[in-house]
Structures are given as C-alpha cells and as structure tokens.
Design a binder for this molecule. Structure first.
Ligand SMILES: NC(=O)c1ccc[n+]([C@@H]2O[C@H](COP(=O)([O-])OP(=O)(O)OC[C@H]3O[C@@H](n4cnc5c(N)ncnc54)[C@H](O)[C@@H]3O)[C@@H](O)[C@H]2O)c1
Length: 351
C-alpha cells in the first residue's frame, strides 16, 4: 500500500452536517488569512479565467492559494453562468474546492465549494462590520434577498448579536417572502419586515446596509443613509456615486484589485470620480491595528470586497478540519498503486 493515495470527499450536506456553517469560524479564518497574507505566508498567484461567452459572461475560474504555515495548497474551481436562472431555472454559481498537503504534494480533500465561497463573502462583510459598524447596531436593511444576502445576515448577526430588526427589499415580493421564511426560523429574536420592493423602505435609517443584487444599476440612494451607518456592498454597480461620496470612510478588502473591476467604486475610479486618496484603508490595515476602525457614532462607512480567493482557501481549510474531526465525508481512494504495479494492468491496457 506504499503508493496508495487517499483523500476525503465532502458534499455540501457533509459540510453542513458536520457544523461547518459556522460564521464565527469563518470570520476567524478570514481575519487570520488577511494577517498571514500581509506577512508573506500565503502564495496567491493570479487567477485563471476562461470566458465561454463574452455577452453573457459565462465562465469558469481557477483560483489557487497556499498557506505555507499550514502546509496546505488549495484551489477553488468556480463556475458562473448568469443565464442559468432564466434558461434552466437553476443557480448561476457552482464551485468545488481541492486541498493538497505540501509535504508530499498529495490531495487531501475534495469538497463542494459554494458553501465556503458564500461564507467567505459574508465573513468578510462581518469582519469589516466588527471594526467599522456601530457596536450596538440594531437594524439591518437589505437590497437583494438572494444567497449572498442570506449568508450576510447570518454573518452580521454572528458579529452583532444586538441586531433585532431586518428589512428586506428584492425585485419581486415573492423573493422577500422566501428570504424571510428561510431566515425567520433561524433568528427568532429578529423582527423581519418585507419592503414590498420599496428599496427606500428597506434601507432608510438602517444601522447596517447590505446591497447584494444581480442587477447593474444605481439602486441605493445617498439620502437614505443615516449618520453612523455601515454599508457592505456585495454586488457590482448597485449604488449611486453620491453614496460613496457621502461616506466618511471607504474601506476595501483590496483596493488595488477593486479599482480594476466593475463595482461602483471601480466605475467611479475609471470615470475620474474617485481617486486612491479617497480610499481610507484596506481591511487588513484595520485588522492589524495600523489604521483606526470606526472612530465615532456618526461616521458613515462604506465597505467593498472584490473577493480574495486565498480567504476561501483559508475557510476551506477550517471546514476540512472541522468536518474531518467530526468524522464526516467519504474516504476516497485516489490510487491504490503505481500504474504498472497493478497486477491486472496487462488486461486493462487497450492496445
Ligand atoms: N463581492 C464578492 O466577493 C461576491 C461574491 C459572490 C457573489 N457576488 C455578487 O453578489 C451579488 C448577489 O449574488 P447572489 O448569489 O445573492 O444572487 P441571487 O441571484 O441569489 O440574488 C440576487 C438578488 O438581487 C435582487 N435584484 C435583482 N434586481 C433587483 C432590483 N432591480 N431591485 C432590487 N433587487 C434586485 C433579486 O431580487 C435577488 O434577490 C451578485 O452580483 C454576485 O455577482 C459578490
């Protein structure tokens, strides 16, 4: 058995059943990952993008990262097929993750990846809120009621147990109702309010604001944002330029990357409406205490994460450890032996 290679396989259900939907764990992993990266303990090569349709942006991306101290290299393989909901009535995003140890270089785990990916988005928003939202935030307002919005609520409530009111606006009433029917049983101490597609009703006066929509339009208006609010921007172009202009602090996960993408801040930068000097900090600077977080109760703060895949890998490592510890997942045999050491090899070869 000297040449046997085994690894674990974790379906989404294995991960859920083994307690991996733990945003506290994810936020901690994200925070540690930001610090490790800043200390040059993470290898993070450029992602590989394959676009199959320029119009619809159907694509599969390959995003690797290595945590040198953990001796684990990982890769997220993520498909984004925007026409899926309309064309096939299915989700547009799917992902798998592979982890390998880097002593022998052998694979150790294959796992479903949307859970980890969505947890990373929520964890980064909540990590930013930990440092930049009001400590006693009570109300949260959403524009968008999809998968990211739901995970963001779980992450925000984890970091901010004081939240007791959640307002939600989506494109259709039915999506708001679904959001509430899925979230209400999880959070009995939160009062949920459907905004009936009235975006202002969802946002006006909220302590924490989240936009997580699939549309490219300036939905969020600056006049709805009260002093002291924290805004987590998740999607693409979702807010009018006046929103960022009216903020006291703008923080990104990585401004150097954000400015070359297509979010509102990136558009503003390209349109000459925002410069490097308008960005207060990257989240890592705040996590490490090199820049201050919130400094008073009136500050309005804007947070935009473009998505750093090394954070996905860090969360995947934490999930792998949790799931393995709890005995979940299937043992996979990747190979039992070297190719030509299989006794049956002469019968298996097709000549
Ligand atoms: N920043 C990141 O790291 C990151 C990671 C993953 C996804 N995203 C982005 O997050 C966004 C949301 O993703 P999701 O998986 O939750 O999508 P989803 O399809 O599950 O939900 C999208 C939501 O947008 C709402 N919406 C669409 N048009 C609207 C309108 N005109 N007014 C109000 N609401 C409207 C829909 O009602 C729906 O509730 C996407 O843009 C996605 O690309 C960002």
């Amino acid at each position: 058995m000297k040449h046997e290679i085994t690894a674990k396989y974790f379906s989404q259900e294995d991960l859920l059943e083994s307690g991996c939907l733990d945003l506290k764990m994810a936020i901690e992993a994200a925070e540690n990952a930001l610090v490790s990266f800043s200390q040059n303990e993470v290898l993070f090569p450029e992602k590989i993008v394959q676009i199959f349709n320029e119009d619809t942006q159907e694509r599969i991306n390959c995003l690797p990262a290595t945590f040198l101290k953990d001796k684990i290299c990982g890769m997220k393989w993520v498909s984004v097929f925007p026409p899926n909901p309309v064309k096939f009535g299915v989700q547009n995003l799917s992902a798998v993750l592979i982890l390998s140890e880097i002593e022998k270089g052998f694979p150790i785990a294959f796992m479903e990846g949307t859970l980890c990916s969505n947890m990373r988005v929520g964890a980064m928003g909540a990590l930013a809120a930990k440092h930049l939202a009001k400590k006693d935030a009570e109300s949260i307002g959403f524009i968008g009621a999809g998968e990211q919005a739901k995970m963001h609520l779980i992450a925000m409530k984890t970091i901010m147990p004081s939240l007791k009111e959640c307002r939600v606006a989506a494109k259709e009433d039915v999506e708001e109702a679904q959001f509430i029917s899925e979230m209400k049983p999880i959070f009995k101490d939160i009062t949920f309010i459907e905004a009936k597609t009235n975006l202002e009703r969802s946002i006006d006066g909220a302590d924490i604001i989240v936009t997580a929509t699939s549309v490219q339009a300036p939905l969020l208006k600056a006049q709805w944002i009260k002093p002291g609010a924290f805004y987590s921007h998740v999607g693409g172009w979702e807010d009018e330029y006046a929103v960022a202009k009216g903020m006291d602090k703008i923080v990104c996960d990585d401004w150097g990357t954000v400015k070359h993408r297509t979010q509102t801040l990136s558009r503003m930068y390209k349109d000459g409406e925002l410069t490097d000097n308008d960005i207060y900090a990257d989240l890592t600077d705040i996590v490490k205490g090199e820049k201050k977080g919130r400094e008073n109760d009136d500050e309005k703060v804007y947070f935009n994460a473009v998505g750093l895949a090394y954070v996905d890998v860090a969360i995947a490592i934490a999930m792998y450890r949790r799931a393995k510890e709890n005995g979940c997942g299937q043992e996979l045999t990747v190979q039992k032996s070297m190719i030509f050491q299989h006794p049956q090899i002469k019968d298996w070869i097709r000549l």
